[in-house]
Design a protein around this ligand. Structure first.
Ligand SMILES: [Zn+2]
Length: 276
């Protein structure tokens, strides 16, 4: 039986209803006053999501976003696909080796979902301003860039605070994988509130070969996309909002760590930069 709030006020694209029928069934589990499953899918189609870095995490995120029906995807990376990437960057193929990652991922997601609008930049980001220029106008940002360590997290944080866009990062290295915290500028703790960004020239120059497994990266990318869809559609409250989900992959143990807003953090001034 249809309730009043089940009936969208405007008609929804029949293709959307057909292709994402099972996902709409999932959203329907959460229907209530003010939340409609079909409108949620339409919201995803009209959303713009930016992914900074198209390595193991970024390529997994972009593929999952495309599968979920995000209509507009923005991405940036400067690298090319190498053989050593294939075990953890599972959406790239042997035939992509030598191609730019932005070219390879665009080819993958548009063959998979021809209705997605892509805006991919072949560029090495080197500052907050570089990130800001790419992500401005997005509804959500994923930080999936891992080099230079700490610097890149700082640039994404400051760019998202300046643009007033919610964001989250994922990580997978050694025996630990991580999602979060998800940040809503001005409402939840930013990455600098956590005090986890020790800027030291060593990290700018240091490169390392991470110990990663494709299955672990895909696991955290999947969780992050699921939590982002909660935020964009409102079907539930994201579990990583203001919290970090730490996963010990040896024991496959999941723990949430709650964070607090630091009173003197830079996020208090940056969030009013353009959105006062
Ligand atoms: Zn902060």
């Amino acid at each position: 039986m249809l309730r009043d709030f089940d009936v969208p006020k405007t008609p929804i694209d029949p293709y959307l209803l057909k292709r994402w029928d099972r996902q709409i069934n999932y959203f329907a589990l959460f229907e209530r006053e003010g939340f409609n499953a079909r409108k949620a899918q339409e919201k995803l189609k009209n959303s713009t999501v930016a992914v900074v870095g198209i390595g193991a995490g970024g390529s997994s995120l972009i593929s999952l976003l495309s599968a979920a029906g995000i209509g507009n995807i923005v991405g940036v990376d400067f690298d090319t696909v190498e053989e050593v990437n294939l075990p953890s960057q599972i959406f790239f193929k042997e035939s992509d080796i030598g191609d730019l990652k932005v070219k390879a991922i665009k080819k993958h997601i548009t063959s998979f979902n021809s209705s997605v609008n892509c805006e991919f930049y072949n560029k090495r980001v080197e500052s907050t301003e570089d990130v800001y220029e790419i992500i401005k106008g997005a509804d959500f940002v994923f930080d999936a860039i891992d080099e230079p360590l700490y610097y890149s997290a700082l640039w994404v944080t400051r760019a998202c605070l300046k643009a007033n866009i919610p964001y989250v990062s994922i990580g997978s290295s050694d025996k630990a994988s991580r999602v979060g915290p998800m940040v809503i500028p001005g409402k939840t703790p930013c990455y600098e509130c956590l005090g986890l960004l020790p800027i030291d020239k060593f990290f700018y120059e240091h490169k390392y070969d991470a110990a990663i497994m494709g299955a672990n990266v895909l696991m955290v990318a999947s969780i992050a996309v699921h939590e982002m869809i909660k935020l964009l559609t409102g079907f539930a409250t994201p579990s990583v909002l203001g919290k970090t989900l730490h996963i010990n992959t040896e024991k496959m143990a999941f723990d949430y760590i709650e964070h607090a807003i630091k009173p003197d953090c830079i996020c208090h001034s940056l969030i009013t930069y353009e959105h006062a």
